[in-house]
Design a protein around this ligand. Structure first.
Ligand SMILES: *Cc1c(COP(=O)(O)O)cnc(C)c1O
Length: 396
């Protein structure tokens, strides 16, 4: 049995998305900026897609800018707010310790350029509070950027409350909602969001396409020069097939959101229940305040990397953290941010499921993970020390 359980890294394209894209490769292939009908038909498709993305977020189509993905949207939102903030003498930015690297590395770059960055603690629960955000806001704060749902542990942040705090204090609020959009309800108006990033390939759309929502009236600067596309904010001929595919996938996900949430949550509960039986292991992050499909466990005395390789032999595709850091031996910054010691953070396993998974596949995971953990522990000198009492267990 082959089980794909790494949907937080990327997802399979839906049939709907794939079929929606097809005509835009070789039938309606004009440049949307061209005035003849080949171009105008592509332009119509582009604007239909923009309307669909806007509708999914309760935004206006004029507030949607297409990008090359979540990373670009994050970069644009943050760099743009920093440039505009600096013009008013505001060079302080607030974020959290467990953001995606598209956010953290952009903030690092700004720090080197003289900006001051405050990274808030996310506690053992993997949740920052609106009060903590409020307390960190200063006269010179130009931006608060807090992710909607974490990509490694799945916990959801109090976005609406954080947004309200930012509105009250007159500070811009951006959220990296790449793991939330199409998975849980997102309403930019109700949730007081000024800017939001999303990515097509995290919800059964194509890779290399995303969008940035920017509330009407908020100025953004452009990252890429060269043309009037995206109202001058993002030059370059639009990737029409990908944009159409992303919009189709998003529309489909939103349409089936309730049933998907119910189905995926039930399988997740099955997973948590099954894997919680493994001794000296624990679920990371708040038990309930999480996206439907993502769980992250730590098992003491083993290496996440070896766990992944053996699970691959059992047909299971999982992750030990984010796709960007797997392959490196550094423990995940997210797991360190929720207070796990290095040696425990190394033994982590992220499983992220979607509506295409089945209860039989979950049973396959529950059958194999304990076996692999036991096998790895049987060869682990660290586990030997823990058993003999030479070292103390961190996870009881
Ligand atoms: C995947 C992901 C990104 C990056 O999106 P890309 O489209 O792959 O650039 C950013 N933030 C989060 C939380 C993600 O999960």
């Amino acid at each position: 049995m082959k089980v794909y359980a790494d949907n937080a890294a990327t997802t399979m394209m839906s049939k709907t998305a794939k079929e929606a894209m097809m005509p835009y490769f070789d039938v309606v292939y004009g440049n949307p900026s061209s005035l003849y009908s080949f171009g105008q038909d592509a332009k119509t498709a582009l604007e239909d897609a923009r309307a669909k993305v806007a509708k999914a977020l309760n935004a206006d189509p004029k507030e949607i800018y297409f990008t090359s993905g979540g990373s670009e949207a994050d970069n644009q939102a943050i760099l743009s707010s920093a440039i505009i903030g600096a013009r008013k003498g505001k060079k302080h930015i607030i974020s959290t310790k467990f953001e995606h690297h598209a956010v953290l590395h952009t903030l690092n770059k700004l720090e080197k350029q003289g900006y001051e960055i405050t990274l808030l603690d996310v506690h053992e629960s993997g949740i920052v509070t609106a009060d903590e955000v409020a307390a960190a806001i200063r006269e010179d704060t130009c931006l608060v950027t807090v992710m909607f749902a974490n990509n490694e542990i799945g916990t959801i942040q109090p976005i609406k409350e954080i947004g309200a705090v930012c509105r009250e204090k007159g500070v811009l609020f951006h959220t990296d909602a790449v793991q939330a959009v199409a998975h849980v309800p997102v309403d930019v108006k109700d949730m007081n969001i000024d800017m939001l990033s999303l990515s097509g390939h995290k919800f059964h759309g194509p890779k290399g396409v995303g969008a940035l929502y920017v509330k009407k009236g908020i100025l953004i600067s452009n990252l890429i020069e060269g043309g009037a596309q995206e109202r001058g904010k993002r030059a370059g001929t639009e990737n029409v097939p990908a944009i159409v595919g992303m919009a189709a996938a998003l529309e489909e996900s939103v349409l089936h959101m309730d049933e998907n949430i119910a189905k995926i949550t039930a399988m997740r509960e099955q997973l948590i229940e099954g894997l919680s039986k493994i001794p000296h292991g624990k679920l990371n992050g708040d038990r309930n305040v999480r996206v439907p499909g993502t769980v992250n466990f730590c098992f003491e005395g083993i290496e996440g990397e070896s766990l992944l390789l053996l699970l691959d032999d059992a047909g299971i595709a999982a992750s030990s953290g984010s796709a960007c850091t797997s392959g490196s031996l550094d423990p995940s910054h997210v797991l360190l941010a929720i207070g796990l010691p290095h040696e425990v953070a190394h033994g982590s396993l992220r499983l992220s499921i979607c509506e295409y998974n089945t209860p039989e596949e979950i049973a396959h995971i529950i059958e194999n993970v304990p076996k692999v953990v036991e096998y790895l522990r049987s060869m682990s000198p660290v586990w030997e020390d823990l058993k003999k009492g030479v070292k103390e267990y961190v996870i009881q």
